[in-house]
Design a protein around this ligand. Sequence first.
Ligand code: NDP
Ligand code: OXD
Length: 314
Amino acid sequence: MSLLLAMTGWHVEDWRARFAALLPDMPVVILGEPFDRRSVHYVASWKHPEGSLSGLPNLAAVFSLGAGVDHLFADTRLPEVPIARVVDPDLTTRMSEYVVLHCLRYLRQQPRYDRQQREAIWDDDRNQPAARSVRVGIMGLGELGQDAARKLKVMGFDVAGWSRSPRTIDGLVTFSGSEGMVDFLGRTDILVSLLPLTPDTRGLIDAKLLAGLAQGGRLGGPFLINAGRGRLQVEADILAALDAGTLKGATLDVFETEPLPAESPLWSHPAVTVTPHNAAMSEPEAVATLIAAQIRRLEAGAPLEHVVDPARGY
Ligand code: NDP
Ligand code: OXD
C-alpha cells in the first residue's frame, strides 16, 4: 500500500521526506518515477497532469495539497473517489496575514507614501480615515473568509461578507447569492475575494461587479484584493476600471494565467500590486501532518474530514 505524490511546480523532495517521516510504514512513490500502480491507495496532488491518476485500481482517496480543489476538477479523467482538501490553521493564518496586511496598506495609504518616498516628497496629509469608517467586503465566508473577517474586525474595520448560501456569523453583516450582491457591493470600499473557482464563480470579478462597488467612501474610491483564484477575475476589466479611476487600486495574488506572463500590463501598472500566488502557501510540515493524520483515520476505519462536494466544485 503506497502514497503517490503527484505535483507540478513544487519541490517534490520536500514533500517526500516529510511524508516518509510521518508515515514510516507506507512507501511514498512519485509520479514520473517507476512505481506499481496497483500499490497506490492514496494520492496527494497539486496540479497533477491530466489523466495521470487514472488506472490506479486500489485508489481510496485523493488529497489536495492546497485548500483549493479546482486543479483536481480540471482533470476530466479524475477517478471517482473521495477528495479531501487542506483545512489547517497554518494556511488559514497565512491568508489572514495577507488580507490584513493589504487592507491596512490601503487604509494607511502606503502605496502613496512609497511613491512619495521615491520622489522625496514630504506631504504630511492630515486626511487619515479611521478603520471603522472603511467598509471591507469579503467574498467567500468559508474557512479563510471567516478567519480574515475576524482579524479585520480586531483591527477595527467595518466588515461584511458574501457567500453562496445564507450565513449567520456573530458580529458580521452577511449577504448571499445573486440577490444579495448589489447591496453587498454597494457598501464595499475594499473588496476581498477568497472564493473558490467553480463554474459559478469563473469570471465573476468583471466590469459589472466592479461598477457596483461603493464610490465616494472614505478611501476616495474602491480597492480590490484577490487571493482566491485568477480565473475569478477578468483582468482586462480590472485594468479598464483602474484606468477610468472607478477602481483605485488592486492587489492580486492570483492570475488568469500563472506564472503571470512577462508581457502582462499588470506588472507595471502603478495601481497594481502583484504577488506570486503565495498569499497562503502550503507549508509541507503542516500540510503533510494533516494528510498523514487523514490517512491514519481512514486506515482506522474513521471517516475522512474536509471532503469536497464534486457537484458544488468546492
Ligand atoms: P471554503 O470552501 O471553506 O469556502 C468557500 C466560500 O466561498 C464559502 O463561503 C462559499 O459559500 C463561498 N462560495 C462558493 N461558491 C460561491 C458562489 N457561487 N457565490 C458565492 N459564494 C460562493 O474555502 P476556503 O475558505 O478554505 O478557501 C477559499 C479559496 O481560497 C480556495 O478555494 C482557493 O481557491 C483560495 N486559496 C488561495 C490561496 C492563495 O495562496 N492565493 C491559498 C489557499 C486558498 P457557502 O458558505 O455558501 O458554502
Ligand atoms: C491553495 C493555494 O489552494 O495555495 O491552497 O492556492
